[in-house]
Design a binder for this molecule. Structure first.
Ligand code: SF4
Ligand code: SF4
Length: 162
């Protein structure tokens, strides 16, 4: 089974905006990811069976500080070890989370013409959010709102820098 992809999910070292609900503060999110990572290291899953055991140690609804318990930090990136990119194309998230979910920003982005998409990518780059800020802003659609506000400001001849 394939999953829905957006280039926006890969920006800023990976977005985790749809890997939780009602996110608390950035610090609480970081703590949850640290704890998940230490549980992952302790179990050190290598095989598919072991990864599924890691996944199934908690129900999908049993979040940690609003964050999915599968979300970990590896090589300076926040990632899901069940994602097909980590498992030679095998999607171990199936049945655990909605692999076809797209946030409002990604949905709208997919309908834009190329030149508008390029502007948005440049806008994100110029804003330089770290991956947690980026994820929160994607989840709340606030980057999308900021972008549209700036772009549509009357009399504005705003163009991305560079
Ligand atoms: S919040 Fe949006 S951009 Fe981020 S991972 Fe989910 S769908 Fe992708
Ligand atoms: S299983 Fe992976 S992709 Fe799905 S919500 Fe959890 S961390 Fe995110």
């Amino acid at each position: 089974m394939t999953y829905t992809k957006s280039i926006l999910c890969q920006l800023n070292n990976g977005c985790m905006g749809c890997c939780g609900r009602a996110f608390p503060s950035k610090e609480e999110i970081k703590k949850a990811i640290e704890k998940n990572t230490s549980e992952f290291k302790e179990l050190d899953p290598q095989t598919e069976k072991e990864l599924i055991k890691f996944r199934d140690r908690a129900l999908p609804t049993d979040l940690r500080n609003g964050v999915c318990r599968n979300l970990i930090q590896k090589d300076n990136k926040i990632l899901c070890p069940l994602h097909p990119k980590q498992n030679n194309g095998k999607d171990l998230r199936e049945g655990h989370c909605d692999i076809n979910y797209l946030c409002q920003t990604a949905k709208e982005f997919s309908t834009w013409p190329k030149h508008k998409q390029k502007k948005f990518l440049k806008f994100v780059k110029d804003n330089e959010p770290d991956n947690i800020d980026y994820s929160i802003k994607m989840d709340k659609s606030s980057l999308l709102e900021e972008f549209e506000k700036k772009r549509l400001r009357p009399g504005s001849n705003w163009r991305p820098r560079g």
